[in-house]
Design a protein around this ligand. Structure first.
Ligand code: 13P
Ligand code: SF4
Length: 447
C-alpha cells in the first residue's frame, strides 16, 4: 500500500487532470482527500502564516480550528530542502544520522508520515514516547517527530544535558490549544468558590485536576501544583482511579471525549459529567448540576477523531459481516459505544497483532497509522472508518525536509528548533507527570 502522502499526491493529480479535461467529477475514483492543499509542502503554510502574521493549523483535519495567537510560527525552511527530491532528502537524512550515531535519537509518533517514520529509532504512542525520552540519556539530542506538547514533555523528562528538537515548530495540537492557563485558572477559582477547599471525612479534597497529555506544559504544572496528575489515552482509567482515591471529583481537560468515555466505562452516570464552557459562568451549568458533578469535562475535542461517526460504523458492518471495529477514545461517546472496542494507538496495534489471521478491522484513528498497519499486517484486512483521506494536519507538518534540516544542523553543531520548558514550569509539571508514570492499575496495585 502506498503512503498517505503518495495517495494524496495521486488524488490531487487526478483532480487537476479531470479539471483540465473538463470532466465533471470522477465516478471511478475510489478515494478523496479532505483538502487538496495537503499535497503541498508544509512550508507553503509557513510562508502564508509568516506573510499574514498569524499562526494556523494548515489543511487537514484540524483545518477549521482556530490557532491561538501564541502558537509558534515556523521560520522559512532553506530553499535547498524545499527543492530536494524525496530520494535526495532520504539520502541526506541517512547520511546525517550516520555521522551523528548515538548522539541523536529520533522518536516518532504513530501518526507521523511513513516518510518520517522510516527514520525513527523508536515509534510509539504518547505514553511510550514520554518514557522513551526519559530513558535515552546517552543521546545529546532527541529529535521529536510528533507535536509540540509531546516535545515539551520529552524536554521535561529528559536530562539537562539533552536538547529536544521539534523539526517544524508549527506542529502543534489543536485540541491541546483548546485549554489555556488563564481559562483553566478562572474555572478553578469558580470551582473553589463552589466546593471550598477543605477535604471530606475520608481526607479527599473537593476537586483533583487531571490533564490529558495533550496539553501545554503550563497546564501540567497547574495540575502538579494542585495535587493533580497527567493521563494519556492508554492509562486514563488508572489515572481517574488514582484521582478518586484522593478527591471527591475531577476537573478533566482538555478532551471531553476521553474524559466522558473513560468515566462512563467506570460507571459514572452522564448526569454527573457536566461540560464546562470556559466562556460562560459556571461553565454554562446550573449550581445544582455542578453540585452533583463527579467529572467536570472541559469543552475540548480532537478534530481528527470528531470525523468518525456511527453511520460509518453501520456502513462498514453492513459491508463486512464479522468486522471488528476499534476506535480511539478521543472519538465521541456514540462512536465508542457503537464500536467493539476503544483504546489508545498502542492498544489498537496490540489488538491487531494478537488477532487470528484473516480478521477484518475497521479502525477509527489517524489515517497514517491505519494505512501503515494495513501494510504491516497483510494477513488481515484493515481499513480506516473514514473513507476520506484526512491526516492530522499538525502531525503532517513534520516533513522529511524539516527532519533533514534539523539533523544537518546538529552535524554542523547547531541546535535548531529546540523546545525548552522554563524550569519554573517544568518543576511542577514533572510532579504531575511522575505521578502518572508511577500510577498502577488497580489490579496491579493489589497484586
Ligand atoms: P496516543 O496517546 O494514543 O498516542 O494519542 C495521542 C494523540 O494525539 C491522539 O490523537
Ligand atoms: Fe491533536 Fe488530534 Fe492531532 Fe492528536 S490527532 S495531535 S489530538 S489534533
Amino acid at each position: 500500500m502506498s503512503s498517505v502522502n503518495t495517495t494524496i499526491q495521486l488524488i490531487t493529480r487526478e483532480q487537476a487532470e479531470a479539471a483540465q479535461s473538463h470532466i465533471p467529477g470522477q465516478p471511478g475514483r475510489a478515494q478523496e482527500s479532505c483538502d487538496e492543499d495537503l499535497a503541498q509542502g508544509p512550508w507553503e503554510f509557513d510562508l502564508a502564516e509568516a506573510l499574514a502574521g498569524t499562526p494556523g493549523y494548515g489543511p487537514g483535519a484540524s483545518n477549521e480550528d482556530t490557532a491561538p495567537a501564541s502558537t509558534p510560527v515556523q521560520g522559512q525552511l532553506p530553499q535547498e530542502y524545499k527543492d530536494a527530491s524525496d530520494a535526495e532528502l532520504e539520502g541526506r537524512i541517512r547520511a546525517a544520522k550516520a555521522v551523528l550515531g548515538e548522539r541523536v535519537v529520533v522518536l516518532g509518533h504513530f501518526y507521523q508520515r511513513d516518510e518520517v517514520v522510516a527514520f525513527a529509532d523508536f515509534v510509539g504512542d504518547s505514553f511510550q514516547l514520554a518514557n522513551a525520552a526519559k530513558n535515552r540519556s546517552e543521546a545529546e539530542a532527541i529529535v521529536f517527530c510528533g507535536v509540540h506538547f509531546m516535545a515539551e514533555t520529552a524536554d521535561m523528562l529528559s536530562g539537562s544535558h539533552q536538547s529536544v528538537i521539534l523539526p517544524n515548530l508549527a506542529a502543534g495540537c489543536s485540541m491541546a490549544d483548546m485549554a489555556d492557563l488563564p481559562s483553566v485558572e478562572a474555572c478553578w477559582a469558580e470551582l473553589e468558590a463552589l466546593y471550598g477547599t477543605e477535604p471530606d471525612a475520608e481526607g479527599r479534597v473537593p476537586v483533583i485536576p487531571v490533564t490529558y497529555m495533550n496539553s501545554s506544559a503550563a497546564l501540567k504544572a497547574f495540575c502538579g501544583e494542585r495535587g493533580g496528575i497527567v493521563c494519556t489515552s492508554s492509562n486514563a482509567s488508572t489515572v481517574l482511579d488514582w484521582a478518586f482515591e484522593r478527591g471527591q471529583r475531577v476537573l478533566f481537560f482538555p478532551d471531553q471525549h476521553l474524559g466522558r468515555n473513560t468515566a462512563k466505562a467506570m460507571g459514572i452516570p452522564l448526569e454527573a459529567m457536566p461540560l464546562w464552557n470556559p466562556r460562560l459562568p459556571l461553565g454554562g451549568n446550573s449550581q445544582q448540576v455542578m453540585e452533583a458533578a463527579k467529572v467536570v469535562l472541559w469543552q475540548g475535542f480532537c478534530s481528527v477523531h470528531k470525523r468518525f461517526t456511527v453511520a460509518q460504523i453501520e456502513k462498514a458492518r453492513a459491508d463486512f459481516p464479522g468486522l471488528r471495529v476499534i476506535v480511539h477514545p478521543e472519538c465521541p461517546m456514540e462512536v465508542v459505544d457503537a464500536a467493539d472496542e476503544a483504546g489508545s494507538t498502542d492498544y489498537i496495534l496490540k489488538a491487531i497483532q494478537g488477532a487470528p489471521d484473516g480478521t477484518t478491522f475497521a479502525i477509527g484513528t489517524e489515517i497514517n497509522m491505519v494505512n501503515r498497519l494495513a501494510a504491516q499486517y497483510p494477513q488481515h484486512t484493515i481499513f480506516c472508518l473514514d473513507p476520506v483521506i484526512c491526516p492530522c494536519s499538525t502531525m503532517y507538518r513534520i516533513h522529511p525536509g524539516y527532519l533533514a534540516w534539523v539533523l544537518e544542523g546538529l552535524v554542523a553543531g547547531e541546535v535548531r528548533n529546540q523546545i525548552t520548558v522554563p524550569e519554573t514550569t517544568a518543576v511542577n509539571a514533572r510532579i504531575a507527570l511522575e505521578r502518572m508514570l508511577a500510577a498502577k492499575p488497580r489490579s496491579a496495585a493489589r497484586a
